[in-house]
Write a protein that binds this ligand. Structure first.
Ligand code: TPP
Ligand code: MG
Length: 593
């Protein structure tokens, strides 16, 4: 068995069933070993960025290792955006890359030479800030150790990408008969005592609370404790707000679900945050988009307790945190569920108040159904009402669909919702390839914008090749709506690279689809929305659906900033969102028991 065959065999035994691949000369033995491993189906994408993004989406939807394989040099460099996206969004994924022969690779790693060997680059320097573990395999006797350690590290604590690089001459070497070096993880990395102490702090804080609130992030799902989490909030009647990546932890209709806070969140959630007296943050790194540009204003009246597996995140400057509790929800959540909380105050009325806010301040407004073109909030509202409980939805990171989707999607129990959180990168829509593979190639929806669609447009070829029911919804607002608004608000209307008139052309999505041999559907006006979406959803195969949308549609509500005379921006109150509520109405949003 060669090194390459051993690696594919290892991954197969870890239930990896899909690989996102661009083949190449410097990965040829790795490629061939994959070819001889029928248990791992290859998806041959057309750009390594799409391979990395798909591996990320596959991992976050399936909970299994996402796997991408690329060649050396340009193949490595093309992965970087997808790799770092997976790093900041905590995706357990592995990238295996080819490399020039070992003597070249070794010299590159030990020197400052620009390049050595065919397509050789110093991969480690480029990928180390986007990986939890990187190794250059320099000896067949070391392969097992690096694979085992990489696999373990991808999932351990806060998950993330790992990278193994295999020089061409090593790829084809025979494995030694006896593998002596293996990786053994520490037996019990988490102390029971520490877990209990964290749970006690939280239950103690909750027991004195009058207006308790839980902010939940993707960490709850990554730790595999969604069920325990739901039981915990139900048992203690705790209202819940979720971050953009944690949006699918709890269904919208749940009585205790309030909304999704942030700079482009919803009003109910932001008002709830500002009313709470104890906020328990579980599995969220409290990103700037969640807590605002002035994090000290976030939850001003609350004692904030944060549980995070990543100590670096926990200790960054941000909101005024009472207790920073470093730990893994895998161990904490079950214990927290058992921990008795004897509330000193009855907070049923508070839970009712939060629910009232959710009902009073919906994101979707009746007037969005009107007009010549389709408002994207209406599109989102309609689409989510038409999709089943087991739907998998992926929303692009770039463009206005990113906030509109997160604000407007009313998640149903069982649905999965994925996006590019930390990077908010354009072109993430193509990760629908990974999401669809993880969804056993059942119907999978991607939502993107006409500008963003152009990034990774080449993946329409992969989608055509696969011919699975991937439905891509493209909001066409004549270019970059998000950028257009910024230029109006802050640059005195100097439009620049946002539409054909200012130098940017975005081709029609239907034309693009047809060029790749994919069915294209265009929705021109609100009256057609339901029937044409039904046609798109019913079609048994890939479809691109272009939705014509207003060029100046507002993306609201949002936490606004005022421009001061010296040109600096100052954020308004976290709950004082644009469009502003009348003063007395905002004042009435203070909970008085
Ligand atoms: C890779 C990348 N490059 C640039 C940006 C900056 N950016 C954010 S939104 C946007 C325009 C997106 O346009 P479109 O997809 O049409 O969405 P719209 O805002 O028009 O709805 C740009 C260029 C980004 N987020 N990601
Ligand atoms: Mg656009």
């Amino acid at each position: 068995m060669t090194v390459s065959e051993y690696m594919m065999n290892f991954l197969k035994n870890k239930s990896v069933d899909t690989a996102f691949v661009v083949v190449g000369g410097l990965a040829m033995y790795l490629n061939d070993a994959l070819c001889k491993t029928p248990e791992i189906s290859p998806v041959f994408v057309h750009h390594e960025q799409a391979a990395a993004m798909s591996a990320d989406a596959y991992a976050r939807i399936s909970g299994k290792l996402g796997f991408a394989m690329v060649t050396a040099g340009p193949g490595v460099l093309n992965t970087i955006n997808g790799l770092v996206g997976g790093y900041v969004d905590s995706a357990p994924m592995m990238i295996v890359s080819g490399q020039a022969n070992l003597p070249f690779a070794a010299h590159m790693n030990d020197s400052n030479i620009r390049q050595y060997g065919i397509q050789g680059i110093n991969t480690e320097d480029f990928v180390k800030h986007g990986t939890k573990y990187y190794a250059l395999i320099s000896d067949p006797a070391e392969v097992a150790y690096h694979l085992e350690r990489a696999y373990y590290t991808a999932f351990e604590g806060r998950p993330g990408p790992v990278w193994l690089e295999v020089p061409l001459n090593i790829q084809r070497m025979e494995m030694p008969k006896n593998i002596t070096r293996h990786f053994t993880a520490k037996e019990n990395p988490v102390s029971e005592e520490k877990t209990v102490a964290i749970c006690n702090k939280i239950s103690h804080a909750l027991s004195k609370a009058k207006r308790p609130l839980v902010l939940a992030g993707q960490g709850v799902r990554l730790a595999g404790v969604v069920d325990e989490f739901i039981q915990f909030i139900e048992k203690n009647t705790l209202p819940v707000v979720t971050t953009r990546l944690g949006i699918d932890i709890i269904e919208y209709e749940h009585r205790l679900y309030v909304g999704h806070p942030g700079t482009q969140g919803d009003r109910a959630a932001n008002i709830t945050i500002q009313n709470a007296d104890v906020i328990v943050v579980l599995g969220s790194r409290m990103s700037t988009s969640s807590v605002g540009h002035e994090p000290r204003m976030f939850g001003e009246d609350a004692e904030i307790y944060v549980v995070d597996a990543d100590n670096e995140e926990l200790n960054k400057p941000g909101p005024d945190i009472k207790e920073r509790l470093n730990g893994d929800l895998r161990y904490i959540m079950p214990k927290l569920l058992e921990a008795p909380v004897s509330f000193t105050h009855n907070h049923e009325g508070w839970a009712d108040f939060c629910e009232m806010l959710k009902l009073k301040y919906p994101v979707m407004q009746a007037e969005y159904k009107e007009g010549d073109k389709v408002n994207s909030y209406y599109l989102i509202d309609k689409l989510c009402s038409m999709l089943d409980d087991d739907a998998v939805i992926l929303v692009d990171g770039g463009g206005s669909v990113h906030p509109v989707g997160a604000q407007g999607w009313k998640i149903k129990k069982g649905q999965r919702y994925l996006t590019s959180g930390g990077l908010a990168t354009m072109g993430y829509w193509c990760a629908v390839l990974g999401a669809c593979a993880a969804n056993n190639y059942k119907d999978t929806i991607a939502i993107t914008g006409d500008g963003t669609f152009q990034m990774n447009i080449q993946e329409l070829a992969t989608i055509k090749q696969l011919s699975k029911p991937i439905k891509i919804i493209v909001v066409n607002n004549n270019g970059y709506l998000s950028i257009r608004h910024t230029q109006r608000n802050f640059m005195d209307d100097r439009l620049f690279g946002e539409s054909p008139a200012s130098g940017l052309f975005c081709p029609s999505a239907v034309t693009m689809a047809e060029a790749y041999g994919i069915k294209g559907v265009r929705i021109n006006k609100p009256e057609e929305l339901e029937s044409k979406l039904a046609e798109v959803l019913a079609f048994d195969g890939p479809v691109v659906c272009e939705v014509m949308s207003p060029e100046w549609q507002l993306i609201v509500p949002r936490v606004a900033s005022d421009r001061l005379p010296d040109g600096t921006l100052r954020q308004r109150g976290f709950d004082d969102m644009f469009p502003y509520l009348p003063e007395d109405e905002l004042a009435a949003c203070k909970y008085i028991r």
